[in-house]
Design a protein around this ligand. Structure first.
Ligand code: SAM
Length: 285
């Protein structure tokens, strides 16, 4: 620590590392990224140099932040740090998830939408086990919540397109292991929920005449995201919003591609949200 500044090495020069560097407060200074991939050494991410771990540790950081989200990789990286002789503080991935900018943004938007009496229902495309859907349901206790998912994970057709376009290495069936019952049990106001299990956009039919005030789009892949954007946007109330996840994702490049193409076509500029995966807000005038 010098003059109250904590000097940090970000271990992991990927998408999470990039987001963490943007989230750093004024009391923190990033010295460098450290990464295990030799191809990245000597290059930079967001203007910050990427070094081998040993060279990063030679800069004598006050803290090393593990910039991955899965337990397996974070344990391996922690072991590597200790075996390199690093005895200082380690910020772990779970610490990174204490604050969730996407959830906070959704709650603020919900407060605003309710205060301003913007008419319309809430919805989510891409529900999985209902973690975010439960938060939406809590934030909009008086509104219908339309929930779209295969509830069987990614479909073969979407994944084939995704791979063909080189957007991700998604596999059919990823995000399986869920059910409408499991999600329903998580919802604080289950009576407000309507479930549309199956492949989107074929399941959208019952909502043709629905007006929306808030929609979360979190399907990860290009095809469902590209299909969802005009369907929900054209049914949004003025002042209503789409909150789209994974817009800056390097793991799932298709969602961001779909958003950028839609915004070009409709002459919209998305408002970025600095969560760890990169979300965006599109608000209707
Ligand atoms: C990342 S998960 C959603 C996570 C959830 N929003 C959360 O934050 O807890 C993505 C979901 O999108 C769903 N999905 C992807 N393509 C779909 C499609 N064409 N139709 C329906 N669901 C789809 C998957 O089944 C998966 O459950």
């Amino acid at each position: 620590m010098k003059n109250g500044t904590c000097f940090v090495v970000l271990f992991g020069a990927g998408q999470i590392g990039a987001m963490v560097s943007r989230l750093m407060g004024p009391g923190y200074r990033v010295l460098c990224f450290a990464d295990n991939q030799p191809a990245k050494w000597g290059t930079a991410l967001l203007g910050i140099p990427i070094l081998p771990l040993q060279e990063g540790l030679a800069l004598a950081p006050d803290c090393v932040c593990l910039c991955v989200l899965d337990e397996e990789r974070s344990s391996a990286m922690e072991g590597q740090l200790r075996s390199e002789g690093y005895a200082g503080a380690i910020l772990r991935p779970n610490d990174l998830q204490i604050f969730d900018a996407r959830a906070a943004t959704m709650r603020l938007l919900a407060e605003q939408i309710c205060e301003a009496n913007i008419p319309g229902d809430a919805a989510e495309l891409g529900v999985f086990r209902g973690g975010f859907a439960a938060l939406i349901n809590a934030a909009f206790p008086d509104r219908r919540l339309h929930l779209f998912d295969t509830f069987e994970g990614f479909s073969e057709a979407d994944v084939a397109l995704e791979r063909g376009l080189g957007f991700s290495r998604a596999k059919a069936g990823d995000f399986g292991g869920t059910s409408t019952d499991l999600v329903r049990q998580k919802l604080p106001f289950p009576g407000q929920a309507a479930f549309y299990p199956g492949h989107f956009p074929e399941t959208f039919g019952p909502c043709e005449d629905t007006v929306f005030a808030f929609v979360s789009i979190d399907a990860d892949l290009y095809a469902p995201t590209a299909a969802a954007l005009p369907l929900f946007w054209d049914r949004l109330s003025p002042g209503g919003v789409l909150l789209i996840h994974d817009v800056n994702s390097t793991q799932f490049g298709g969602a961001g591609q779909a958003v950028r193409a839609f915004c070009r076509e409709r002459r919209l500029l998305p408002m970025p949200v600095c969560d760890l995966h990169g979300s965006a807000v599109l608000r209707k005038n």
